[in-house]
Ligand binder design. Structure first.
Ligand code: NAD
Ligand code: MG
Length: 392
């Protein structure tokens, strides 16, 4: 078997660490060609010593220099690169077969697109990249013969429940949502939510931004848009089902009355192993689900009133590409401001709605137009946040 070379964009994060955990279980199948991190020098250094990549990338030169010094002193042969273009370089490097796109937010868009353009197997965790670039991303994958495999547990579950060769008979996708830590909170208590409460997810251990997104249900909204693009369906055929146990990771409903579900313990190593091994299955290190401990499966309708971000995502997708870029950019800025104590939890959807209303009509076809809308929506969001601070 020839060993596959893997680049992990965002190896220091939650998905990056889980990916290395699965790779380490299969040293004969995979080797690491490049690892990247934004600021965690210590963790990237330890990962480089263990996995011996050809390249390590840190966009900021101050961090890259620190890492290079440490690696040199340790006698490592890993070459350290800096600058955001270096992320694109390692994503499209000829020695790389598979790229794990696990940078959080818009920062992952260009390197993920570069991997698609280079015809790699793109293992997509960075949902924001697809939400921002939609059609352009899917066209790039098709035109350059890339393989796009979803890592998001819901989309990976849908992918597992769809037949290989045909989408025939698919009625609906049912995306499950845990409902987040505030599922049972009264509307009047939600303005008091603190960042510490919002990042403590009941079932999954994840990075800060996606944890807040799970608490507002914006994560599910981004996932609805992601599912529409990945599986080529209109939003009316992607339904959200709140399922607090997070045991069923998503379902596909067929026209003969069948519903296929993918189940398992909530551990991202399952979808990661599925994408790494596809079409084969690999050991992931995840314990089998104990059905007797699980005991029950509950389902509820989402509450669009207490959690307006989910509705905003459906609305944005219906309005077009520029509006979904605004949704994503405003959400990133609002989550950051919330984590820094500048706005309330319940103001996150207000920032998003404000920026969405200011977005251009239609859908961009050029990457430059996507980047301009992203930048402008951040300016609009910061304006809202600053004025709110002034009125405090
Ligand atoms: P995280 O915060 O733990 O890690 C983010 C990674 O991105 C880190 O390696 C960080 O160094 C890198 N990064 C951040 N900003 C960067 C920048 N400006 N330039 C370059 N690199 C940068 O996040 P995570 O939980 O691992 O999530 C990563 C992505 O995967 C997100 O898009 C998230 O929505 C998606 N995802 C995560 C999970 C999960 O269980 N954690 C599940 C599904 C999807
Ligand atoms: Mg998910």
């Amino acid at each position: 078997m020839n060993s596959k070379g893997i680049t992990i964009l965002g190896s220091s994060g939650s998905i990056g660490v889980s990916t290395l955990d699965v790779i380490a279980r299969h040293p004969e199948r995979f080797h690491v060609t490049a690892l990247t991190a934004n600021s965690n020098v210590e963790r990237l250094f330890a990962q480089c010593l263990r996995f011996k990549p050809r390249y390590a990338v840190m966009p900021e030169s101050a961090y890259a220099n620190q890492l290079a010094k440490l690696l040199q002193a340790a006698g490592s042969k890993t070459e350290v690169l800096s600058g955001t273009e270096a992320l694109e370089q390692v994503a499209s490097d000829p020695a790389t077969d598979y790229v794990m796109a696990a940078i959080v937010g818009a920062a992952g868009l260009l390197p993920t697109l570069a991997a698609a353009r280079a015809g790699k197997r793109v293992m997509l965790a960075n949902k924001e990249a697809l939400v921002m670039s939609g059609q352009l991303f899917m066209d790039t994958v098709r035109d350059h013969g890339a393989e796009l495999l979803p890592i998001d547990s819901e989309h990976n579950a849908v992918f597992q429940c769809l037949p290989m060769s045909t989408r025939q008979g698919v009625e609906k996708l049912l995306l499950t949502a845990s409902g987040g830590p505030f599922r049972l909170w009264a509307a009047e208590d939600l303005p008091t939510v603190t960042p510490q409460q919002a990042v403590a997810h009941p079932n999954w251990s994840m990075g800060q931004k996606i944890s807040v997104d799970s608490a507002t249900l914006m994560n599910k909204g981004l996932e609805v848009i992601e599912a529409c693009w990945l599986f080529g369906l209109p939003a009316e055929r992607v339904e959200v089902v709140v399922h607090p146990q997070s045991t069923i990771h998503s379902m596909v409903a067929y026209n003969d009355g069948s519903i296929l579900a993918q189940m398992g313990n909530p551990d991202m190593r399952t979808p990661i192993a599925y994408a790494l091994g596809w079409p084969q299955r690999l050991q992931s290190g995840v314990a089998p689900l104990d059905l007797f401990t699980t005991a029950r499966l509950d389902f509820e309708r989402p509450d669009y009133v207490r959690f307006p971000c989910l509705q905003l995502a459906y609305d944005a997708h219906r309005s077009g590409g520029y509006t979904t870029i605004a949704l994503n950019a405003a959400n990133e800025e609002a989550v950051k401001a919330f984590l820094e104590g500048q706005i309330r939890f319940t103001e996150i959807p207000q920032v998003v709605e404000y920026a969405m209303a200011k977005a251009l009509a239609g859908t961009p076809t050029l990457i430059e137009d996507i980047i301009v809308q992203d930048r402008e929506s951040r300016v609009h969001s910061l304006f809202w946040i600053k004025n709110k601070k002034l009125s405090l």
